[in-house]
Write a protein that binds this ligand. Structure first.
Ligand SMILES: C[S@@+](CC[C@H](N)C(=O)[O-])C[C@H]1O[C@@H](n2cnc3c(N)ncnc32)[C@H](O)[C@@H]1O
Length: 242
């Protein structure tokens, strides 16, 4: 028996409680903006394992998690150390709201949308999760959503860590490709990293949606090509600092 979660009430709940930050949403007419893309990609591709790195209030996790649930198969791993702009400062996070500090509140947030059985939250930084990826018995990544630390170096590291655990036709969303002031000030480097990926068309297919804060979708064509190229670890034409 199939299910379709995106009723009017659920759309309202997502917009109120999972509070999108820069996903081209329009609450007035229940438009999830990119949220429909996230939901649609999971329904269409049916990933077994989805990984989300970072989220303000859970918008990406809920949109992706509802689709995993509606597919009736798959799981979602969510990693976020629960940084808060006020507590930890703008060098640790810009949009972080400390939403993921209390595990019971985290569970309640997911229960509201009925995704508590498909989502597992790890309250650590992504680099720590990747270090213990094997020990945790986490499976290869079919779909990833990268929205943690936005510095060029951290986005590059998150992306490469995903590729290490990817396969042909793994898809990767990168949020915040269109935050040009922060990008100009070198406080963010998502767009710069996406530009670098576009130059590696033997390894990646890239499409950018430069609306609102922007999101890009990357298809891993052949992970062995990405891994063979040492350049994927050391982009030479672009500085690796943020
Ligand atoms: C800027 S918010 C995401 C806002 C996002 N645009 C949205 O709409 O929800 C970034 C989140 O990434 C988390 N974060 C920061 N550094 C991280 C890291 N190294 N690994 C995983 N998450 C991280 C923060 O705790 C914060 O909750």
């Amino acid at each position: 028996m199939g299910s379709f979660s995106l009723s009017e009430d659920v759309l309202k709940d997502i917009l109120i409680h999972a509070k999108p930050l820069g996903h081209h949403e329009k609450p007035r007419n229940l438009n999830l903006g990119f949220g429909f893309l996230y939901y649609g990609v999971v329904r269409a591709l049916r990933p077994q394992h989805t990984l989300v790195i970072g989220s303000g209030y859970g918008f990406s996790v809920i949109c992706l998690g509802l689709a995993v649930k509606d597919n009736g198969q798959g799981s979602l791993t969510f990693v976020d150390p629960s940084y808060s702009l006020l507590r930890d400062g703008p060098m640790k996070t810009f949009g972080g709201r400390g939403t993921w500090g209390d595990e019971r509140a985290v569970q309640d947030r997911f229960k509201r949308f009925g995704v508590e059985d498909v989502v597992t939250h790890f309250k650590v930084r992504s680099e720590e999760l990747f270090q213990s990826y094997g020990q945790l018995g986490l499976p290869p990544i079919d779909l990833a959503f990268i929205d943690g630390s936005h510095s060029f170096g951290d986005v590059k590291r998150d992306f490469n860590n995903v590729v290490e655990r990817s396969h042909k036709n793994t898809y990767v969303f990168l949020h915040d490709t269109n935050i040009y002031i922060r990008e100009f000030l070198r406080h963010a480097g998502v767009k710069r990293w996406v530009k670098w990926l576009k130059q590696r068309d033997e390894a990646y297919e890239v499409i950018d949606f430069p609306f609102s804060s922007g999101v890009a979708l990357v298809r891993v064509l052949e992970p062995s090509v990405c891994k063979q190229s040492q350049a994927y670890r050391q982009p030479c034409s672009l500085s690796s600092s943020s």
